[in-house]
Design a protein around this ligand. Structure first.
Ligand code: SF4
Ligand code: FES
Length: 242
């Protein structure tokens, strides 16, 4: 692993060659807003564009998405210039017009001085929808969980994750990883008593033998046991009581 030194907002910081600018910035406590990127997912990032920064190299400046721009020796990054703020504001304005019901987007947009959306605002059902179609949920399902229960369906404004034919998926194990990773809280999951409901499917939750709290779907336990060979007895207790 080759170490390289770059400059971010006037500070010299160290990263690994080809690591993303966003990761290096985060490791050094330099904030850059980001929505569609997750470090555990190799192919995430590049769609929401809120992580745009100025990249200066060889006397040239380009606006790049920091979540998938690789660090190289001699690179200088500026994360908060007038130009970056202006473009980011425009990006947030468009996102807000698309999903005006998303609190996350509304808060980010407010921080950048965006008022009410001046582009498209739908008065129909879509206004309650919060999905920015970043695809992170489907990538986590495929790459991290390894089950491929959901995929991106439809096109343009209708594009959103879903199960095949919008039917309860045999592949889904009810783990909720898609819910936890979604940057805009667009996926609903309900835990009631011993039952979890997600993607139109119900799962029975296993209760911890110590505290009695339901904490993991039995289908998820079966999946882990099958794919890792772990002893099922391990799941009799929740993480707090192991
Ligand atoms: S549900 Fe969330 S994670 Fe999935 S595509 Fe929409 S915004 Fe992205
Ligand atoms: S976080 Fe970089 S484009 Fe979405």
């Amino acid at each position: 692993m080759e170490k390289v030194t770059i400059i971010i907002d006037g500070r010299e910081v160290e990263g690994i060659k080809d690591q993303s600018v966003l990761d290096v910035a985060r490791e050094n406590g330099i904030p850059i807003p980001a929505l569609c990127y997750h470090p555990e997912v190799s192919t995430s990032g590049g769609s929401c564009r809120v992580c745009l920064v100025e990249a200066h190299q060889n006397e040239r400046m380009r606006l790049v998405t920091s979540c998938n721009y690789p660090v190289r020796a001699g690179l200088e990054i500026r994360t908060d210039t007038d130009l970056v703020r202006r473009i980011r504001k425009g990006v947030l304005e468009l996102l807000l017009a698309r999903v005006p019901d998303s609190e996350v987007i509304r808060d980010m947009a407010r921080d950048y001085g965006v008022g009410e959306p001046r582009f498209f605002k739908d008065e129909g059902e879509d206004n309650r929808y919060k999905c920015i179609a970043c695809g992170l949920c489907t990538l986590v399902c495929e790459e991290v969980v390894g089950v491929c229960a959901i995929s991106m369906l439809n096109r343009s404004r209708e594009k959103a994750p879903g199960t095949p034919y919008h039917k309860a998926s045999n592949a889904c194990i009810g783990c909720g990883a898609c819910v936890y990773v979604c940057p805009t809280s667009a996926i609903s999951m309900k835990d009631e008593g011993d039952t979890r409901t997600i993607w139109g499917k119900q799962f029975t939750m296993i209760r911890c033998s110590v505290c009695g709290n339901p904490y993991i779907p039995d289908a998820q336990v079966d999946w882990i046991v099958k794919t890792t060979g772990k002893d099922k007895a391990f799941f009799e207790k929740c993480p707090d009581h192991r």
